[in-house]
Design a protein around this ligand. Structure first.
Ligand code: GLC
Length: 511
C-alpha cells in the first residue's frame, strides 16, 4: 500500500462560521466558538477543517464579499483569535483550510472604491469596466443570482462586471498587479499556519467579455433557475482561468504538503479539466456530481462509474453530498436514507467533505419570510433558490439557543429527528457516523482500495472496495421494503440489523 498524503487520508469537515458556535452572545458564530468545538470535530474523526470566509465583509453574501483579504471580520474575532484557532487545531492534529475568494471583492473594498472613483485611477483596471453598447450593457450575460452581470456607474459612464451580486464586482486577474496582490495574500496565510485553501467560484475567475453575447442554453426550460437560461461559454472555464489555478498551485507548493481545493462546478469534463494537464491544477477539484443528480440507484451507479472512468491517471477522487449552497442531504433523500447517503460518500474512493450538521441528519429548514437572510432568496423570492434552509445554526443541546448562542440566533435553529448533539445516543445518526468514520480511517480497503460495482438492481446498490488482504462489500438499500443481504460478516450496519437489509439500511460486510 502506498503512503497517502494527509488530504487523501483525512475527511474534510466544512464549518460555516456564522452557524457553528457563538461565543459572545450576538447570535452569530465566531472563531473562539470554533476553537471551543474543535474536540467535537476531532472526536467525529474528521482530520481537516475548512472554514467558510472569515475576512472583513459587509456580509451582503455572508463573507463571500470581502473588503480586506488579510484581516479577520470583527464579528468573528481578530488575528489573535485566528492564531489561537490554528494552534488549537494543530495541537489536535487537525489541518485548517481557509476559503479564498479570488474572483470578486465587495464593492466596499478600498480597491473598488478607488477603481470606480475615475476612469484614470490606477486601480481602474483591477476590475472589469466596459463601455455601453447601443445604450445597453456590453453583453447579454446573466448573473448567478438574477438579472444582468452588468452594473451601470453613472459617475464614470461605464458598466462594471459582477458575476454574482452587483455588490460583488469581478476582479480582473489579467492585470499582473491583481495577481501579485492576491498570490501574496495566499502566502501570508500560509505563513500564518494555514494548511490549504478551498478556492471559491474558480470557474468564473477569467470571464472574457471581448467574446460577446452568450447563446441560449438548449437544455434550459421555463421553471428552471433563471440564471441558466444562457450558456456561459465566454464567462466560465476560460483558458486564462486555468492559468490562475496554476499560479495558485505554484504558491501552494512553496510549502510542501499544503492543499489546493477548488469549487469546480459544471460538467464531468469541466471538473476533470481542473486537475490540470499535468496534474498541475487543483489537488482536489470538488466533485459535485452527487448534488446534481436525482438519487436513484441507476443514477448513482452511473455517476460513480462515469467519474471513476474519467479521472486522469494519478488524480485523487473526492466526493461531496452537502454544503452551504444546496439543500441538505437529509432532505434530498429523506430522513430514513440519511445514514445511507453518508455511508455512500464515506465508502467511495477519495476524500469526502462533510458539511457541518449533516452528520446529525439536520434537514433543510423552512425559513419564515420575515427571517430570510440570503440575498439570493431576496433577489428571486419563492423559487426555492434561497440557501438559508441549509445554513441554520448547529443544535448542540436542548437549552434555549441550543448551546449555539446565549442571544438571538441569526437564523432559526433546526433540530434533527435524533435530537441535538447532546441527545444523540448510541443508536443515533451521529453515533453511527462516528463508527463509520472510525472504520473508514482504519481500513486499507476503504482508504485506498479499488472500487467495483457488484449490483444496482431494484433499489439495492452493492459495491466492493478491495485492497491487498482486505475486501469489503457495501450494500445500500434505497427501497422502502427489505432486500436480501449479500454474503459476508457484518462489520457495520446503519440500523444495527441482521438478516435481510431493512429499508434505508447501509451495511458493510467483510468477505
Ligand atoms: C460560491 C459560494 C457561495 C457564494 C458564491 C459567490 O459559490 O459557495 O456561497 O455565494 O461563491 O462568492
Amino acid at each position: 500500500m502506498t503512503d497517502l498524503q494527509w488530504w487523501q487520508r483525512e475527511i474534510i469537515y466544512q464549518v460555516y462560521p456564522r452557524s457553528f458556535q457563538d461565543s459572545d452572545g450576538d447570535g452569530i458564530g465566531d472563531l473562539a466558538g470554533i476553537t471551543r468545538r474543535l474536540d467535537y470535530i476531532r472526536d467525529l474523526g474528521a482530520g481537516v477543517v475548512w472554514i467558510s470566509p472569515i475576512f472583513p465583509s459587509p456580509m451582503k453574501d455572508f463573507g463571500y464579499d470581502i473588503t480586506d483579504y488579510r484581516g479577520i471580520e470583527p464579528m468573528f474575532g481578530d488575528l489573535d483569535d485566528f492564531d489561537a484557532l490554528i494552534e488549537a487545531a494543530h495541537a489536535r492534529g487537525l489541518k485548517v483550510l481557509l476559503d479564498f475568494v479570488p474572483s470578486h471583492t465587495s464593492d466596499q473594498h478600498p480597491w473598488f472604491v478607488e477603481s470606480r472613483s475615475s476612469r484614470d485611477n490606477p486601480k481602474r483596471d483591477w476590475y472589469i469596466w466596459c463601455d455601453p453598447m447601443e445604450d445597453g450593457p456590453p453583453t447579454n450575460w446573466i448573473s448567478e443570482f438574477g438579472p444582468t452581470t452588468w452594473n451601470w456607474d453613472e459617475a464614470t459612464g461605464q458598466y462594471y462586471l459582477h458575476i454574482f451580486l452587483d455588490s460583488q464586482p469581478s476582479l480582473n486577474w489579467r492585470n499582473p498587479q491583481v495577481q501579485d496582490e492576491m498570490l501574496e495574500t495566499m502566502r501570508l496565510w500560509y505563513a500564518r499556519g494555514v494548511d490549504g485553501f478551498r478556492v471559491d467560484a474558480i470557474t468564473h475567475i477569467a470571464p472574457d467579455v471581448d467574446k460577446g453575447d452568450h447563446p441560449p442554453d438548449p437544455d434550459w426550460q421555463e421553471g428552471m433557475n433563471p440564471s441558466g437560461r444562457l450558456s456561459k461559454v465566454h464567462s466560465k472555464n476560460q483558458p486564462f482561468g486555468y492559468e490562475t489555478v496554476r499560479m495558485m498551485r505554484r504558491v501552494t507548493e512553496e510549502t510542501p504538503g499544503n492543499l489546493l481545493l477548488g469549487e469546480t462546478d459544471g460538467t464531468l469534463d469541466n471538473v476533470m479539466s481542473y486537475y490540470g494537464d499535468d496534474l498541475d491544477g487543483f489537488h482536489l477539484p470538488f466533485n459535485f456530481r452527487l448534488l446534481d443528480i436525482e438519487w436513484t440507484v441507476p443514477n448513482i451507479r452511473e455517476t460513480v462509474e462515469a467519474y471513476e472512468a474519467a479521472l486522469p491517471e494519478g488524480a485523487w477522487p473526492t466526493w461531496v453530498i452537502g454544503n452551504h449552497d444546496c439543500i441538505r442531504i437529509a432532505s434530498r433523500v429523506g430522513a430514513r436514507r440519511a445514514r445511507l447517503a453518508m455511508t455512500l460518500m464515506l465508502c467511495l474512493r477519495g476524500t469526502p467533505t462533510i458539511y457541518q450538521g449533516d452528520e446529525l441528519g439536520i434537514p433543510s429548514a423552512k425559513i419564515p419570510p420575515d427571517k430570510v437572510q440570503d440575498p439570493w432568496e431576496k433577489q428571486v423570492p419563492g423559487q426555492g433558490l434561497g440557501r438559508d434552509p441549509s445554513r441554520t445554526p448547529m443544535p448542540w443541546d436542548d437549552s434555549e439557543g441550543a448551546g449555539f448562542t446565549d442571544g438571538d440566533p441569526w437564523l432559526p435553529i433546526e433540530v434533527p429527528p435524533d435530537g441535538p448533539v447532546s441527545a444523540q445516543d448510541a443508536g443515533s445518526m451521529l453515533a453511527y457516523v462516528r463508527r463509520l468514520i472510525a472504520l473508514r480511517q482504519s481500513s486499507d480497503a476503504l482508504l485506498q482500495g479499488a472500487y467495483r460495482t457488484l449490483g444496482a438492481e431494484e433499489d439495492l446498490y452493492v459495491f466492493a472496495r478491495e485492497a491487498e488482504g482486505e475486501r469489503l462489500v457495501i450494500a445500500l438499500n434505497f427501497a422502502d421494503t427489505p432486500r436480501p443481504a449479500p454474503d459476508g460478516d457484518t462489520v457495520l450496519s446503519s440500523h444495527d440489523a441482521t438478516g435481510p437489509l431493512v429499508p434505508g439500511e447501509a451495511r458493510i460486510l467483510r468477505t
